[in-house]
Design a protein around this ligand. Structure first.
Ligand code: 6R9
Length: 650
């Protein structure tokens, strides 16, 4: 191998039935050369009410129509619960670990079946039908899993909105998918602090009402017991309704291509897009990848620290693990509460075998010092996963050596909301590891690197990462806007899905993701469009124009750097900086809070009035050596002023 840092597969990383390198290579080859044969076989891992006779009917050309298993019928909640009852009724399906270290719960498959059925009957009683969209705005509690699975049980389409989003952001998502029912909780808890979910929901419903969207029902889970306002007739306590409902609710047979969920995600332009996933192909992809990429075996305790408000929570806290009959841990809290050893305390408490987290958490804990890790034993750990952003080799090595004590492979998984499941990642018993590389493609995935001029890069080299062939778990459309789907993902490199990421392929065929090449930021693993933050800023009465770029940040990966031009007569001072930060938090949510605001009398623009972001990025990065050609700027002197007043001076 070409690179110096290689960690070879250790003999004890291969267990019985683990995929080894030969198996990986032969399965991969078949998945590409004979997708119908490969997926037709692996689709059988699910229980189908009506078996499929067709496998792949998908093309990236023209109108981009993606169908898998199109004449099959199944139900997601049936596959995640009912089919396990006979063998695993008394096995724990979900371990819930509360924000407060003294609180935890264990829910067996049988209990999960009962609760999900009750929730499903409540939804039906409130008029929810197959195909209706239901918004879920919840903390990390087991009731959130009940709610999501209950939607799938009756064929309703859930749209989970991360609990950290503001009322405005929540309202936008409710309106976009015309969701008449919202499931929420009184309050969430994170790091000892309360999150006012019901208050935010009430505000969001008012905002939605101004856009002629009327929410009929709000189902509220009593969690903290905090006081909430109540609209009689509209608001119902979900706990009470569920208790009174029947525990018997047959799972609705769904076509493989019926919508399963919508999840909003940020792109380089406009409002967040409603990424639409369907039923059959998605569940095949997430269950197959969960099994082989994490080398999941019966009896393993599996913990993914993501929030269910993100795709990682959908696919790898709930659907993949539960489809495989796993015990999955849901954690309400944060890595540094009550102190920096929390993750490792939870690992020891519940004997976690497979642990999956984000580089931003790894970097923060690495910065806090090894002593927090060493307070725990971590002897149960076997696999360490990473997701959400590129993992820098230093953080990778720390994760491997300090957390895993050199015993556990680090499984760096690259994928996106749009992908449904993991697309590039090693397999513990098959893939030699290189710190910082997501390594090799998953079954059925054909990565393709294309340069800015459209030339395909073969062998070693760098380019824009595209995927050349459809895979079962991929999104089918943007909810309500198929033209936007085609425009966003298939217009740059026709016939290929464009990921928005840059990537290098090394001499061994390993992939190294270099980060976004578009105007999307990745802040602490949270994806955000610069355009969204810009439009929040210009919505402030004192702001005339704004341009937002990312800059390297030690813990967050990227920080948010805002260049703001004020209206005539306004003065940019620290008070206004604070006001603008608060304003963005209110418009989008705390995750979008700017790290730096630079007041700029003018922004660098071309003569055709296009902002030159390349220059703004360089200034934010403190790198003026390669500003490139500024001669096309309408007023090149703008750049000197921006450099003189930059916010990153050390
Ligand atoms: C699953 C998820 C997707 C974007 C993606 C890329 C970045 C995710 C990564 C990674 C390097 C990894 N990303 N995993 N970059 N290595 N292992 O995070 O989905 O929120 O849609 O973000 O995140 O830039 O394009 P999502």
């Amino acid at each position: 191998m070409s690179d110096t840092h290689i960690y070879r597969v250790q003999p004890d990383w291969k267990r019985e039935a683990s995929i080894d390198n030969e198996t990986y290579l032969s399965w991969y080859e078949r998945s590409i050369s004979d997708p119908d044969g490969f997926w037709g076989e692996h689709g059988k891992r699910l229980d189908w009410f009506k078996p499929y006779t067709k496998v792949k009917n998908a093309s990236f050309e023209g109108d981009v129509s993606i169908k898998w298993f199109e004449d099959g019928e199944l139900n997601v909640s049936y596959n995640c619960i009912d089919r396990h009852l006979e063998k695993r009724g008394n096995q724990v399906a979900i371990i819930w670990e509360g924000d407060d270290p003294s609180s935890h719960r264990k829910i067996t498959y049988r209990e999960l079946h009962e609760q999900v059925s009750r929730y499903a009957n409540v939804l039906k009683a409130q008029g929810a039908k197959k195909g209706d969209r239901i918004t879920i705005y919840m903390p990390m509690i087991v009731e959130t899993a009940y709610a999501m699975l209950a939607c799938t049980r009756i064929g309703a389409v859930h749209s989970v909105v991360f609990g950290g989003f503001s009322p405005d952001a929540l309202a936008g998502r409710i309106v976009d998918c015309q969701s008449e029912i919202i499931i929420t909780a009184d309050e969430g808890l994170r790091g000892g602090r309360k999150v006012p979910l019901k208050v935010n929901t009430d505000k969001a419903i008012d905002i939605a009402a101004r856009q002629s969207m009327s929410v009929r029902k709000v189902l509220v889970v009593r969690h903290t017991g905090g006081a909430v306002d109540w609209v009689p007739g509209r608001d119902l306590w979900l706990n009470d309704e569920a208790k009174a409902a029947s525990p018997d609710c047959p799972a609705e047979p769904m076509n493989a291509e019926d919508p399963l969920f919508i999840l909003y995600t940020s792109g380089s332009t406009g409002k967040p897009k409603g990424v639409l996933h369907t039923t059959g192909g998605y569940l095949v992809h997430v269950s197959l990848s969960h099994q082989h990429i994490f080398d999941y075996h019966d009896g393993d305790i599996y913990w993914c620290t993501a929030d269910v408000g993100w795709v990682t929570g959908h696919s790898y806290i709930l659907y993949g693990p539960l489809a495989n009959g796993a015990t999955t841990l849901m954690f309400e809290g944060v890595p540094n509460y009550p102190d920096n050893s929390r993750f490792w305390q939870v690992v020891d408490k519940h004997k976690v075998n497979i642990f999956y987290t984000a580089p931003t958490a790894i970097r923060a804990l690495m910065g806090a010092g090894d002593e927090w890790v060493k307070k725990s034993k971590r002897t149960s750990l076997r696999i360490l996963g990473s997701v959400g952003e590129p993992i820098n080799p230093e953080a990778w090595e720390w994760y491997y050596n300090v957390v895993g004590e050199g015993r556990c492979p680090v499984i760096d998984t690259w994928w996106q909301t749009e992908n449904g499941g993991i697309l590039i990642a090693p397999m513990p018993g098959a893939t030699d590891l290189k710190p910082g590389s997501a390594t090799r493609p998953f079954f059925g995935v054909v990565p393709k690197l294309i340069d800015n001029d459209g030339n395909v890069i073969e062998g070693e080299g760098s380019g824009n990462l595209c995927i050349a062939q459809p895979w079962p778990g991929m999104m089918r459309t943007v909810h309500g806007d198929h033209a936007r789907f085609i425009e966003t993902y298939f217009s740059q490199y026709p016939g290929n899905y464009f990921t928005g990421d840059g990537c290098r392929r090394d001499a061994d065929g390993y992939y190294w993701i270099t980060g976004r090449v578009d105007d999307v930021l990745n802040v602490s693993g949270h994806r955000m469009g610069t355009a969204e933050i810009e439009s929040a800023l210009v919505a402030h009465e004192k702001v005339s124009e704004a341009a937002v770029v990312g800059y390297p940040h030690d813990v967050k990966g990227q920080g948010i750097y805002c260049y703001v031009t004020l209206n005539e007569g306004e003065t940019g001072d620290d008070a206004l900086r604070k006001e603008l930060v608060a304003h963005v938090r209110k418009e989008i949510g705390p995750i979008a809070a700017p790290d730096k605001i630079q007041f700029a009398p003018a922004l660098p623009k071309t003569r055709s009035a296009k902002i030159m972001r390349r220059i703004l990025r360089k200034i934010a990065e403190d790198d003026f050596s390669s500003l490139g050609d500024t001669s096309t700027l309408a007023d090149p002197s703008v750049v000197d002023d921006l450099i003189a007043n930059r916010q990153n001076r050390h």
